[in-house]
Design a protein around this ligand. Structure first.
Ligand code: 13P
Ligand code: SF4
Length: 349
């Protein structure tokens, strides 16, 4: 191992000695050295989502965080190349904000079940059905869907974004559970109009006392957590503190001790004193939080994993910079419209 790899290995060990076996750290430190050299050569910035595997999370990203945080970092960068260690919709958001920079996603697919749940055509149909009603779109969507929206939101600012519109009614897409959790928190009545062969069913589209119109998208990870899981864990560990992402069902959120974005959950564990925690979210984040809080016990509920976030590895990140892949491109007419929705969200603060 050369001196640079040795230095990185020591740094990674400081965080990960209790989470990752030593020989894995030594192997990944060598890859981290290659990544850092390529990063310098290409004048690149690496953004890493909180769900990245521990060795990646604690080595090469210049900035780490939740989707809102990383959108902000992407908007501020002066580097030539942005490597997004996250999923496609996040890399697309970086490109929307940086049309003249090269944005790379280290894996070909890295999708998201929420982004796949709605098309731009679906949004156009909703706008026809509910003319004049503003459209709030979760950032977990592709650029053409953002382009049909008035404003984007993430899990950390969804309530603030809805309230910023100051309207009686909003269309909130595409996450059914996030929308329901936001509706509950802001005291709004929500409906989920169902599509019939001839369009939306009439009964459900009468607006009367409706204040939010949602969609039926779901996160394939968070929808799997149940209240029974929570009850079972509490029976085994009575002093456990349970944190859930707002992409979980309202029942699960209600049965948890805290619900918030990935950043909010990280902060909550950091600032709390309880001995045991369970995060109802992608399992890798539990490892990252465990590494940052060695005196606290993180329980694992890792039977469901995000198959998309998990495709991003250190090797792929190195190869992204080495072979300039996989380049994110967005047609300019879509990008300009999507920019307005993303920029409006970022300006909310
Ligand atoms: P955050 O915005 O909380 O990081 O969530 C992104 C995500 O995809 C959660 O599954
Ligand atoms: Fe999408 Fe769910 Fe994976 Fe987040 S955890 S990227 S919402 S599929």
């Amino acid at each position: 191992m050369n001196s640079e790899a040795q230095k990185l290995y020591e740094e990674m060990k400081l965080h990960l000695a209790n989470v990752v076996p030593d020989f894995e750290l030594a192997y990944k430190a060598e890859i981290a050295v290659e990544i850092n050299e390529l990063k310098k050569k290409r004048n690149a910035v690496i953004l890493g989502h909180n769900y990245m595997e521990p060795v990646l999370f604690y080595s090469v990203p210049d900035f780490k965080g939740d989707s809102l945080d990383l959108s902000r970092k992407a908007a501020q960068t002066d580097k030539d190349v942005v490597v997004f260690c996250g999923v496609r919709f996040m890399a697309e958001t970086a490109k929307i904000l940086n049309p003249n920079k090269t944005v790379l996603l280290p894996a070909t697919k890295a999708g998201c079940s929420l982004a796949a749940s709605i098309t731009a055509e679906d949004v156009r149909n909703l706008k026809k059905k509910f003319p004049g009603v503003p459209v709030v779109t979760y950032v977990n969507t592709y650029a053409d869907v953002k382009a049909e929206s008035d404003i984007c939101c993430t899990s950390s600012n969804a309530v603030a974004v809805v309230e910023s519109l100051n309207t009686d009614t909003v269309i909130f897409l595409p996450d059914q559970y996030l929308a329901s959790n936001v509706a509950k928190e802001s005291g709004k009545h929500i409906i989920f109009p169902s599509l019939t062969p001839s369009g939306f069913s009439q009964a459900e589209t009468s607006l009367l006392d409706v204040q939010m119109i949602g969609w039926h998208g779901r996160c394939e990870v968070h929808e799997k957590f149940t209240v029974k899981d929570i009850d079972t864990v509490r029976a085994q560990f009575p002093d456990v503190v349970i944190l859930s992402h707002p992409e979980c069902s309202p029942d699960v959120v209600n049965a948890s001790d805290f619900s918030g974005s990935t950043n909010a959950m990280i902060q909550y564990v950091r600032e709390s004193k309880a001995p045991h925690y369970l995060l109802l979210t992608e399992c890798s984040m539990g490892d990252n939080v465990a590494a940052a809080n060695p005196e606290k016990d993180m329980l694992r509920l890792c039977m469901v994993r995000c198959p998309h976030m998990n495709t991003i590895t250190m090797e792929d990140t190195r190869d992204a910079l080495k072979y300039n892949r996989y380049v994110i491109d967005i047609p300019e007419e879509i990008r300009i419209k999507a920019f307005q929705a993303v920029d409006r969200m970022i300006k909310i603060g």
